[in-house]
Design a protein around this ligand. Structure first.
Ligand code: NAD
Length: 310
């Protein structure tokens, strides 16, 4: 199989690409940043998803579309670029695939599309009301995906990823931030009162979830990919401290204008994963095991810049 991965040089993308190569596939990566490793079955094309990539798609069977401007804070700083890459870039991927041999596209959306939960757990058809430009951009692209499925009969599945973490993730994300602090013998800073609930999902489970949707996803359907182990932000900080064996305490700092605003904070984000489980998938890595693996990796690799995906 020849598989295209856009954003294949990113944190999730490079792990997915490694997995696909291990399975014997030919992989073509489209990214604006050069990929950090080589493989006889790997082809890298330095292009933006905003460019014409029809030619690159011609010999591909499937496309994993991951390329994006990421994160709530980043999208506040670069709103127009976020909207362009995440909406126009995604539409361009769909448009370029029309008339090629591409049989399916999996598009990585985000739990940010739900905003503050109107119901718990969050099912795929739960109300969506994103509170960030990033969330709006991911939801808008999902709506275009639906349009391409309805209008052109394309087979596209959006997958909504919940708080991904694991080796190589850059230092603007909470798990690496807390681990780095603890490794430096500093207290991790928790915003608000630390009672915000999240479900963190280990990178290997994300990759297997994405692959399951690619193989078995029903045409046009969206799927949550998540671990349903719940943890508060204070407990997250405490569990990383516990793994380290150090005698630190989380620093609870509340919300502020300069730091994190209360109005933008999602209090509870708990997914339902019944829909993906009905395809035979379930997460394999508990948060306890995942945090321990991730802590060990950062302890061994802190400072090796080439191994991190910003
Ligand atoms: N990391 C998470 O917790 C998380 C959660 C939910 C959804 N997602 C989604 O998963 C996908 C991958 O996320 P990640 O964590 O690997 O992010 P990342 O930032 O590590 O990777 C994104 C990649 O996209 C590339 N890219 C950016 N603009 C591009 C463009 N115009 N053309 C081509 N490539 C471009 C970047 O160079 C980078 O390699 C994204 O679509 C993101 O929205 C991630």
């Amino acid at each position: 199989m020849k598989i295209m991965v856009t954003g294949g040089n990113g944190f999730i993308g490079h792990t997915l690409v490694g997995h696909l190569l291990n399975e014997g596939n030919d992989v073509k990566v489209i990214d604006i940043k050069p990929i950090k490793f080589t493989h006889e079955k790997l082809e890298f094309v330095k292009k933006s998803v905003l460019e014409d990539i029809r030619w690159e798609m011609k010999d591909c069977d499937i496309v994993y579309h991951l390329a994006a401007e990421l994160g709530v804070v980043n999208s506040d700083k670069k709103p127009l670029n976020t909207l362009a890459v995440n909406i126009d870039g995604t539409i361009n991927v769909f448009r370029c695939a029309l008339g090629t041999n591409v049989k399916k596209i999996v598009y990585t959306s985000s739990s940010e599309v739900y905003g503050e939960a109107r119901e718990i757990p969050l099912k795929e058809d739960s109300p969506k009301s994103p509170v960030s430009i990033y969330g709006v951009s991911k939801l808008t692209a999902e709506m275009y995906a639906k349009g391409y499925v309805q209008e052109y009969g394309m087979d596209i599945n959006p997958v909504r990823l919940f708080n991904v973490y694991g080796p190589g993730q850059g230092f603007e994300w909470v798990v690496p931030i807390f681990i780095q602090k603890v490794l430096n013998n500093e207290s991790p800073t928790v915003f608000g009162d630390g009672s915000q609930v999240r479900c963190f999902t280990y990178i290997a489970d994300i990759v297997s979830g994405i692959e399951t949707v690619m193989k078995k996803g029903i045409k046009g359907e969206a799927y949550n990919i998540a671990n349903t182990d719940q943890i508060t932000m204070k407990e997250l900080a405490e569990s990383i401290i516990k793994i380290s064996g150090k005698t630190l305490k989380p620093k609870i700092v509340g919300f502020g204008k300069e730091t994190r605003q209360k109005e933008r904070e999602i209090i509870k984000r708990i997914p339902s994963i019944d829909k993906l489980q009905s395809l035979g998938w379930k997460p394999q890595v508990s948060i306890k095991e995942g945090f321990a693996k991730t802590y060990k990796w950062y302890k061994e690799n802190l400072g090796k810049e080439e191994l991190f995906y910003e």
